[in-house]
Design a protein around this ligand. Structure first.
Ligand code: NAD
Length: 327
């Protein structure tokens, strides 16, 4: 009986310990303290983590210090020995290609800091980068600069940010989902522990490439949606319809607007009684008005559907691209 009581005592102590460690407070360095970095750092601080901002721009460091935040220049990165480095530096598009040199430079600085660590540290890519960047650019740069191997020497995650610039701080504090692409289980657990205070927010654990892709899917859909409505705005004006009223009806009546999963379980062309006939008919209608050129998205939609009808399965990935989850 006594033994059972003491076992029960030990179990509840270990549950308490587990809970406490799940909510453990980390020291986190934000590498790149712009829109995303500031919102992230302020949000993590609000949840009880110790945050140090870091930036390559001296005026940004001065601004943050002036606001009362601990802030360091990239040259001072070797000092704090935090539990995690979150990289949120720019990834601009130059001549139609993403420039990952800022991400590589930041990874190099973080790697050199990790070389001096007495303990394991987690590195998290938060910049928007194309699939493969974390594995092919960030990981080797970190390994080279730190002299350590990913996994045993340091952890690595890709954690895209879905916030909107105008409401950055609020969006970071109230995410709808957290996506974690992780190198290994330890990295995944370490980042999940940082997000432990976000009770009830779903976390998707996946590979680097899938996490990187999730952000582009979200942004490309938003861009396409806006362009689709701009296309409809132009053609409805020509057709003598009131776009605002038509959009109000469509947004409230169309399944694709109120069912967020509609159309996302893809792999086959659209079919049924209405979509094939109405898409083709509306393009014909616009062409008869002499305004077929106003509908490039509708034309692309019809082409995409024809291609899916001919070859419904996804295109094969080139050899060498892993099709797996890392965790
Ligand atoms: N702005 C948004 O709404 C938003 C939303 C989600 C994701 N993103 C992505 O997040 C990333 C950052 O975007 P942002 O809007 O915060 O950019 P930003 O330009 O506002 O901030 C980036 C900061 O990084 C600093 N920096 C550049 N190189 C550095 C280095 N080597 N070390 C340390 N600091 C460095 C810059 O001085 C700047 O202060 C980009 O990949 C972007 O696509 C942006």
């Amino acid at each position: 009986m006594e033994k059972r009581e003491s076992l029960r005592g030990m179990q509840s102590a270990s549950v308490r310990l587990r809970r406490r460690s799940r909510l453990s407070k980390s020291t986190i360095v934000i590498v790149g303290s712009g829109v995303v970095g500031m919102a992230t750092g302020k949000g993590l601080k609000a949840k009880g983590h110790r945050v140090i901002f870091c930036d390559v721009a001296p005026d940004r460091v001065a601004l943050l210090r002036g606001q009362g935040f601990p802030a360091i220049h990239t040259d001072e990165l070797a000092g704090p020995e935090p539990d995690a480095y979150l990289i949120s530096v720019p990834s601009p598009t130059v001549a139609g290609r993403v420039d990952v040199s800022f991400v590589k430079d930041a990874a190099d600085a973080v790697g050199r800091a990790i070389a001096c660590h007495r303990t394991w540290a987690l590195v998290v890519v938060r910049s928007t980068v194309p699939p493969g960047t974390t594995e092919e650019v960030v990981l080797p740069t970190l390994e080279l600069a730190s002299g350590r191997r990913a996994g045993a020497g340091f952890g690595l995650c890709m954690n895209p940010e879905f916030l909107r610039a105008a409401t950055a701080e609020q969006d970071f504090l109230h995410p709808r989902v957290v996506v974690i692409g992780a190198w290994d289980e330890r990295s995944d657990h370490a980042l999940r522990a940082i997000y432990a205070a976000w009770y009830g927010v779903p976390i998707i654990s996946t590979s680097f490439r899938t996490a990187e892709a999730a952000k582009y899917v979200a942004n490309l859909f938003n861009a396409t949606k806006i362009s689709f409505f701009n296309e409809m705005l132009r053609i409805l004006a020509v057709a003598g319809a009131d776009p605002a009223a038509a959009f109000a009806g469509a947004v409230q009546g169309g399944t694709g607007f109120w069912d967020q999963w509609y159309g996302t379980q893809c792999g086959a062309p659209y079919g049924g009684a209405c979509l094939p006939k109405d898409t083709a008919a509306f393009l014909g209608f616009a062409e008869d008005l002499g305004f077929g050129d106003l509908m490039p998205i509708l034309k692309a939609t019809l082409r995409m559907n024809d291609e899916m009808a001919e070859a419904p399965s996804p295109v094969e990935a080139p050899a060498g691209i892993p099709q797996r989850r890392a965790v």
